[in-house]
Write a new protein. Structure first.
Length: 117
């Protein structure tokens, strides 16, 4: 079982990044997919979550209107489109898959996102 995040990097405030989470070793389409982030010295927080079919999504208040979560079950991949990035979005971003809403059975290794001028 693997979840591999990619797409992180250094971006200026106001810029955009698209994170990907590639899954293998389990039936991706049956799992809820979530993106979390953890900044230095802070607890890990939920950023966004998407249901198995993509019909339901929710977002942290801090990213509503700026981030969009999506998934392609045919490619076993989930995405996090991040626009209008702010320095406070700087963190390691993780994807997690669970069989139920709020469950976390598998985690990726994380990808660093740094927003700085």
């Amino acid at each position: 079982v693997q979840l591999v995040e990619s797409g992180g990097g250094l971006v200026q405030p106001g810029g955009s990044l698209r994170l990907s989470c590639a899954a293998s070793g389990f039936t991706f389409r049956r799992y809820v997919l979530s993106w979390y982030r953890q900044a230095p010295g802070k607890e890990r927080e939920l950023v966004a979550r998407i249901a198995t079919t993509g019909s339901d999504r929710n977002y942290a208040d801090s990213v509503k209107g700026r981030f969009t979560i999506s998934r392609d079950n045919g490619k076993n991949t989930a995405y996090l489109q991040m626009n209008s990035l702010k320095p406070e979005d700087t963190a390691v971003y993780y994807c997690a898959a669970g069989k139920a809403w709020g469950a976390y059975d598998y985690w990726g290794q994380g990808t660093q996102v740094t927003v700085s001028s």
